[in-house]
Design a protein around this ligand. Structure first.
Ligand SMILES: NC(=O)C1=CN([C@@H]2O[C@H](COP(=O)(O)OP(=O)(O)OC[C@H]3O[C@@H](n4cnc5c(N)ncnc54)[C@H](O)[C@@H]3O)[C@@H](O)[C@H]2O)[C@@H](O)CC1
Ligand SMILES: Nc1ncnc2c1ncn2[C@@H]1O[C@H](COP(=O)(O)OP(=O)(O)O)[C@@H](O)[C@H]1O
Ligand SMILES: [K+]
Length: 529
């Protein structure tokens, strides 16, 4: 699913009005009505007080449309205008007039803290103060209003985005934005729903279709895309009845040092579970028995070094190589790694200590084959690209790094983001159960295993990140967040593949709720027994 920039959203609104021969007021009517329908379906006329806070732009206009429909359907509505300036938008004014036709209780004007209404914890707050048009710091008294929302404990529904957040830059230090319980976003989710610094403002969200021109949505290239089953399914390569292991590549995992051999075991399992035809692990001597015992399906090649890799020489041509897991950063290993990079021709997935070595010796970046995949967690990323002040700067710097070195960078974490030049792909699968040692090692193996089978590296990466997270989501059913282990993710990869072909995803995207989903699956499982 495409994540449009603010400018693209405005252009979509404009083109839709033009191509469908409707006015911007009609579009606002659609937007407000979509929100109303969403609420009406859930509330069924319940007389809970609904406080609708409207700004003076089009987001506020949406709020006024909603309030009008709520009033005409008999809901208990109190409407407020947060008087934040003089620039009332044309469609706001149209709807300001329209609401006066349906109620004698005109919207209350709020101009300062003393005007804040009392709100009971069981009431509902609708936040239609600012949408994507926020373009300067919010006045302190309005920030206090946002704090007031939160302090009431009432359910807060934000329209389009939680007010006070920008779509493309961080908010001013120390300033407040609305903490929404739920956000109803028009046409496409916003990038800020997925970034660590802003995601908590909109943990639950849903996209509402307001009929933006299909052709425009289809043909517009966006910098950011959301990756879920729908996007990765077309990547899937079917297996031919007469295929043999030679068709699916021979992958190599290079890594391990004394005390860190498990990382290679996990990556090798991940690689095999992703479908590599053959797997070899290149490890220091001390890992031989470990590897052969833990992964009997894999072959083992040992280095001359006993406790860590010192030479890094082998005599076959792997289809793809995953390098770095448990590798260590001994000077001899670093020299061996440099030597390896000079000779290597295979596509690379680079993780953990291989990333740390690249950070220590940046000149080695020149030796990476074009299209290499780097899979840092945030700390490893910082070592590579330096510090950043906020999530947007982090993404910009990573894009720059990716373009400069012609590599793709997988920023791991909740909502892993793969940066490929200027493109950013936000993954939707995965859960906090994955915050466990070794989960990243499995991912290295999975991506390497997919490249082995002929997936172009960027597809292998998006597909691999999705499957890895999905496997962990499905494994929650049996392990919950706390007991989920990295090896469960490797073991569950098959279920993630099978799941690709299960029930189609819902049209309207929402952040997955793995725990809830796991509960439903448990219920279904019990029923089958
Ligand atoms: N065709 C349309 O115009 C549609 C617009 N939609 C709504 O329109 C929103 C965008 O509307 P707008 O562009 O009018 O902007 P917003 O309503 O998001 O808010 C910004 C308004 O407040 C002013 N403003 C910005 N920062 C401020 C600040 N810090 N303090 C005080 N005032 C500030 C701006 O000048 C503008 O008038 C979307 O988020 C969505 O909710 C929807 O109705 C869909 C259709
Ligand atoms: N809270 C979370 N939600 C979703 N995925 C997570 C979360 N925490 C970690 N992960 C995923 O788990 C993996 C952890 O990788 P990494 O930090 O390299 O761990 P390790 O080095 O122990 O293998 C990554 O794929 C990351 O995206
Ligand atoms: K809002």
């Amino acid at each position: 699913m495409k994540i449009l920039s603010k400018e693209q959203i405005y252009e979509g609104d404009r083109l839709t009005a033009e191509r469908q021969n409707v006015s911007s007021t009609d579009l606002m009517e659609r937007a407000g009505t979509a929100i109303f329908n969403w609420m009406h379906m859930r509330m069924q006329g319940a007389q809970v007080p609904i406080h609708v806070f409207c700004g003076i732009g089009n987001n506020g206009g949406d709020g006024l449309v909603l309030a009008r429909h709520l009033i005409t359907h008999g809901y208990n509505v109190i409407t407020y205008i947060v008087n934040c300036g003089n620039g009332r938008s044309k469609d706001f004014l149209v709807n300001y007039d329209r609401i006066k036709n349906v109620t004698k209780d005109w919207p209350k004007l709020l101009t300062c803290k003393e005007d804040f209404p009392e709100i009971h914890v069981d009431d509902i707050i609708v936040d239609a103060v600012f949408g994507i048009g926020l373009n300067r710091a919010v006045d302190p008294w309005i920030q206090e209003l946002f704090v007031h929302f939160k302090s009431t404990g009432a359910f807060t529904l934000s329209i389009d985005i939680p007010s006070g957040l920008y779509t493309d830059k961080p908010i001013e230090p120390e300033s407040s934005a609305v903490m929404a319980n739920y956000t109803l976003s028009f046409q496409a989710p916003k990038l800020i729903f997925f970034l660590p610094e802003t995601a908590e403002h909109s943990t639950q969200w849903e996209v509402l279709d307001i009929g933006i021109d299909r052709d425009y949505l289809m043909s517009t290239e966006t910098e950011v895309e959301l990756i879920s089953k729908h996007e990765v399914l077309p990547f899937y390569k079917r297996r031919d009845k007469f295929s043999h292991k030679g068709d699916f590549g021979h992958g190599l995992i290079i890594g391990g040092s004394k005390g860190k051999m498990g990382a290679v075991v996990l990556a090798t399992k991940g690689m095999l579970s992703a479908g590599a035809g053959l797997a070899t692990a290149y490890i220091p001597e001390c890992g031989y028995t470990v590897l052969q015992t833990a992964v009997p399906e894999a072959m083992a090649l040992t280095d001359d070094g006993d406790d860590y890799i010192e030479d890094l020489e082998f005599e076959f041509e792997p289809t793809a190589i995953g390098i770095g897991v448990g590798l260590g950063t001994d000077p001899k290993t670093i020299t061996a790694f440099e030597h390896f990079l000079k000779l290597n021709k295979a596509p690379l997935v680079i993780d953990a200590d291989a990333l740390n070595i690249l950070s220590l010796s940046k000149k080695l970046l020149k030796l990476l084959p074009e299209g290499s995949i780097l899979t840092p967690h945030p700390k490893e990323l910082e070592r590579l690209i330096g510090q950043w002040d906020n999530d947007f700067e982090k993404l910009d710097k990573t894009s720059e790094f990716s373009s400069k070195h012609k590599v793709s960078v997988v920023i791991k974490g909740a909502n892993t983001i793969t940066v490929h030049g200027n493109k950013k792909y936000v993954n939707t699968s995965g859960n906090p159960g994955m915050a466990t040692g070794g989960a990243g090692d499995v991912l290295t193996g999975v991506i390497t295993g997919l490249i082995c089978q002929g997936y172009p590296p960027i597809e292998a990466t998006l597909f691999g990140v999705y499957l890895h997270g999905r496997s962990a989501d499905l494994a929650l059913e049996d392990y919950g967040y706390q007991s989920l282990l990295a090896s469960h993710i490797a073991d569950g990869l098959g279920e993630a593949f099978i799941d690709l072909f299960k029930q189609p995803e819902q049209e309207q995207q929402q952040e997955p709720e793995p725990e809830k989903e796991a509960q439903q699956r448990r219920k279904a499982k019990r029923a089958r027994r």
